[in-house]
Write a new protein. Sequence first.
Length: 457
Amino acid sequence: MPLLLCYGLCDNFGFRVFLKWKVPCFWVLSMQVILINGQFPGPRLDVVTNDNIILNLFNKLDQPFLLTWNGIKQRKNSWQDGVLGTNCPIPPNSNYTYKFQTKDQIGSFTYFPSTLLHRAAGGYGAINIYERPRIPIPFPVPDGDFTLLIGDWYKTSHKTLQAYLDSGRALPFPDGVLINGQTYSTFSGDQGKTYMFRISNVGMSTSLNFRIQGHSMKLVEVEGSHTVQNIYDSLDVHVGQSVAVLVTLNQGPKDYYIIASTRFNRKILTTTAVLHYSNSRTPASGPLPAAPSYGYHGSMMQARTYKWNLTASAARPNPQGSYHYGKITPTKTIVLANSAPLINGKQRYAVNRVSYINSDTPLKLADYFGIPGVFSVDSIESSPSGGAAFLSTSVMSANLHDFLEIVFQNDEKTMQSWHLDGYDFWVIGYGNGLWNSAKRSTYNLVDALTRHTVQVK
Ligand SMILES: *[C@@H]1O[C@H](CO)[C@@H](O)[C@H](O)[C@H]1NC(C)=O
Ligand SMILES: *[C@@H]1O[C@H](CO)[C@@H](O)[C@H](O)[C@H]1NC(C)=O
């Protein structure tokens, strides 16, 4: 395909906008993206377990802006989470200093804008948490470490997408898939060496399949859990999730395609990057390895093969106790069902019939100062019941040290990602149809993974 690299560069609203895109030569695309420190994706944050992070965020956009630290546990400082309810969005031309600790965590994480569909315009980046010296990780230190932020992409601006939802339309099908903001990244390594690939889905709506031509991948880490090291030809990474794999460059000296393609839709969007052998003189060629032909069922079968490596040392989610999670009796069961209703002509998304609206007074402040009338803990049911969806500042109560059994019920037609912000949880079972208590006999109570985002079909 004839290629033209085009640069859209402008200085609207005080922030610089920049995008390189591979397009057929007879049309040129330029669009706004959100940069962090002049970069898209934003700068990678390389930190170490238990680091104390002090991060000052200046908002130069013309809208309020808020970043969230995806998978960073904030049990003791949830007002640093960067989501509505715990943080106020940062007004234009203002700054906010986040302070948090990467307590007992090792692994691959991301940050992204949590409000106003800003994520559709960029503003995201990787957070890689490395082990402290002397803390063994359950695999040899790789010869190199690549971070790949993969995601669907819309040519429509985030403000137009906002207007779609406000006019009652759903998000459209995306226009493409990007790897690190591009459609032509290259990752170089030496033949015979082993590299870590940290892959995160930073997109808006679409599950992606990731694979490397001619190479298999050894799964070693999922959102901070060290896994049983199974070998895969391809991996599904759902929106918001991260995985880390080891890849040995054990093929002939040429270049190979790295592929991210959309899942679960008849129409498949594909993008490639290149794995370059340093001794290669041959560009990547040949057919791309096919996307898995299986649908939801096969994808969920793959998810069931993810197991926690119980003998691996390294950071534990909770060294004090809940490691033996299967022996702890849950305090209560919560069933959360997602739906996509129209309310007052707008496309909204709801949980147990409630579509969340942000209160003017942040929930944390209302709670801390006992301000009445901001929220009520009776505003959402702990399991779904029939009836129309409505708007409310929904808050559910739980007690300190409660151990919860949470069932996610997807009443929509497409794959959904559920994320518990500031926490992780054991994914002990997947199932079809409605959950009932008999499903407990199918739970994995021994070596399930802890993660912060789970796919639900
Ligand atoms: C950052 O915000 C604080 C108020 O929260 C303000 O006092 C300070 O001047 C700001 N810093 C800069 C460099 O604008
Ligand atoms: C689990 O971790 C241990 C300790 O590092 C390692 O020796 C072992 O190979 C891992 N087991 C599996 C099945 O991946």
